[in-house]
Design a protein around this ligand. Structure first.
Ligand code: MG
Ligand code: MG
Length: 267
C-alpha cells in the first residue's frame, strides 16, 4: 500500500534526511587509512544519538549495528569490522535515522586516495545515475521511469551491472515502505507516482557482473566476481514538475573535499 505524506510530515522527513547527511559528513571527516569501519560506526551512532535521534538500522530485521559499511567488493549491508581501511579502498556508508517518528536514509561511497581511475569512474557514474533517477520523481511518471533512468546510465551506457536483488523503497514512518524502486525496469511500467510520495532511490552498481552473494556473517552482500561496487542514496518527495530532494550531499561533499585522505576529484 502506497502512503503519501502531508506537507507537515514531509517537513519532518526533511529534518531526518538532513540529519543523515550531517552524520555522513562526520564520517567523511574522520575517514583515513588505518581507521576501522567499527570506529566509523561508533562515531556515526554517537552522532545520531547526540541529535536526539535513533539509528534506524539497529535491530531492524535483527541487524546489529547503526550503520552498514561496505568496502570494495561489498555491495551493501556491510558489517562494521576491525579490519583497518587502506589506501585505494572504496567505502560505502549507509545511515538511517528515526527522528520525530520519521526515517531518513542515505548512502555515499567514499574513495580513500589514491583510487584507480576506473573505480573513480564507477563512483562518478553511479552518483550521476542517482540524479538521473531523481529527475523522474515527478507526478504522473511511474516507478519504471526512475528504474530505467538509472539502468540506462549505468548498465546500458557504461556496461556496469545493476544489482537485481536489492532495490530502493518508499520511506516514512517505516524505513521500508511501498513501493519498491528497482534500479532496472521498463519506462512507463509500475505504480504511478502520486504527489507527496517519499522514496529512497539508491543505485547499487557493480563494476563487473551483477551476481552477488551473502558473506558468512549472514548480512554483508558481496559481488561474486570480487570487483568493486558503489552505492549512493537520496530521499526524494514526488512533486508536480520538479522533485523535492529531501536529503543533501552538500555537507558530505564539503567534508570530502577538505579531507586530504579522500579523493573527490571525480566530481
Ligand atoms: Mg540506506
Ligand atoms: Mg534505503
Amino acid at each position: 500500500m502506497i502512503v503519501v505524506k502531508t506537507p507537515a510530515e514531509i517537513e519532518l522527513m526533511r529534518k531526518s534526511a538532513l540529519m543523515v547527511g550531517e552524520v555522513l559528513a562526520t564520517v567523511a571527516r574522520f575517514l583515513r587509512p588505518a581507521v576501522t569501519t567499527s570506529q566509523l560506526n561508533d562515531l556515526a551512532e554517537k552522532h545520531i544519538r547526540s541529535l536526539g535521534a535513533e539509528p534506524s538500522f539497529k535491530n531492524l530485521y535483527g541487524y546489529p549495528f547503526a550503520t552498514c559499511i561496505s568496502v570494495n567488493d561489498a555491495v551493501v549491508h556491510g558489517f562494521p569490522s576491525d579490519r583497518p581501511l587502506q589506501e585505494g579502498d572504496i567505502v560505502s556508508v549507509d545511515v538511517g535515522v528515526l527522528y520525530q517518528e520519521f526515517h531518513g536514509d542515505s548512502a555515499y561511497t567514499f574513495a580513500l586516495a589514491p583510487v584507480a581511475p576506473a573505480i573513480l569512474q564507477l563512483l562518478k557514474v553511479t552518483k550521476e545515475s542517482l540524479y538521473r533517477g531523481l529527475e523522474k520523481a515527478v507526478v504522473g511518471n511511474r516507478i519504471g521511469d526512475i528504474s530505467y533512468a538509472v539502468f540506462e546510465h549505468t548498465e546500458k551506457k557504461y556496461g556496469y551491472s545493476v544489482v537485481r536483488d536489492l532495490v530502493g523503497h518508499g520511506l516514512g514512518r517505516r524505513l521500508h515502505e511501498d513501493p519498491q524502486v528497482p534500479n532496472f525496469g521498463k519506462r512507463g511500467a509500475g505504480p504511478i507516482l502520486p504527489d507527496g510520495l517519499v522514496l529512497a532511490i539508491e543505485p547499487m552498481i557493480n563494476m563487473g557482473r551483477k551476481d552477488v552473494y551473502h558473506d558468512k556473517d549472514g548480512w554483508t552482500i558481496r559481488t561474486r566476481d570480487g570487483l568493486p561496487s558503489a552505492h549512493f542514496e537520496h530521499n526524494v518527495c514526488v512533486r508536480r514538475h520538479q522533485p523535492d530532494i529531501l536529503s543533501s550531499f552538500d555537507a558530505i561533499e564539503q567534508a570530502e573535499k577538505s579531507n586530504p585522505y579522500l579523493d573527490a576529484s571525480y566530481f
